[in-house]
Design a protein around this ligand. Structure first.
Ligand code: MN
Length: 232
């Protein structure tokens, strides 16, 4: 049989040593920093982190001008450490988890906060709030063979040069081995999967013309600019 049409190629990210990292799926951890859980109105001692998914095509490289998406008036940044999976596994133990990591990058989990809150408060799925076109900007993926497995170090985000998020990777409620162990209980992780590990406190809205920079100690920055309304 011949295909009726061609789909776009699988999305890919770039590594710090000039290779292509094909992106298979995107997992995102929610409420993984206590101060952020509290700013979202939740008690981190009573509600553990969790995860949701996004399409691989939401991943865009650092340097992209992303369109302001439709159906929101409260589009937010979330700075995150991103884990790139290089080895498949299911029900991975915390002890083995780091063997499954190819590398690490800075990233953003851009969010239609108004739609996310509406969904959350009505007990509906989060797709329209989170699985947003161009909503997963990603910096270069640094191989763990070069940078190790960062578990401490500054994670910061600026908007037009002003610091808005300023925390430390040590503040993660679930660290990287715990995140990998948890997600892999539900899904077999595969090469090319990305796990956005959650954002610290200080999230907020963006407007057209803003420049957002995420920095994590030892990794390349992820920089985006916010463009005009999608389709406008
Ligand atoms: Mn997030």
């Amino acid at each position: 049989m011949s295909a009726l049409f061609k789909l776009p190629p699988q999305p890919a990210a770039a590594t710090s040593d000039g290779q292509e990292f094909p992106v298979r799926r995107v997992f995102c951890i929610g409420r993984n920093y206590a101060a952020h859980a509290r700013e979202m109105g939740k008690d981190p001692d009573r509600e553990p982190p969790f995860f949701f998914t996004k399409w691989a095509e939401t991943v865009v490289p650092s340097g992209t001008t992303i369109a302001y998406p439709p159906e929101t008036t409260n589009f937010h940044y979330e700075a995150e450490l991103v884990v790139a999976i290089g080895k498949a596994g299911r029900a991975i133990t915390q002890e083995d988890a780091l063997d499954h990591v190819y590398g690490y990058a800075t990233g953003l989990d851009m969010t239609r906060r108004d739609l996310q809150f509406e969904a959350r408060d009505k007990g509906r799925p989060w797709d329209t709030g989170k699985n947003v076109e161009q909503s997963s900007p990603l910096g270069l993926i640094h191989p763990a063979s070069a940078v190790g497995h960062p578990s401490t170090g500054a994670i910061t985000l600026t908007v037009n040069g002003t610091i808005k998020q300023d925390a430390d990777l040590a503040d993660l409620i679930w660290d990287v081995p715990e995140v990998i162990a948890y997600v892999s209980r539900f899904y077999g992780l595969e090469q090319g999967d990305l796990i956005y590990t959650g954002t610290p406190a200080g999230v907020g809205p963006v407007v057209e013309g803003d420049t957002i920079v995420v920095s994590i100690a030892g990794l390349s920055d992820c920089t985006i600019k916010v463009g005009g309304k999608a389709g406008a």
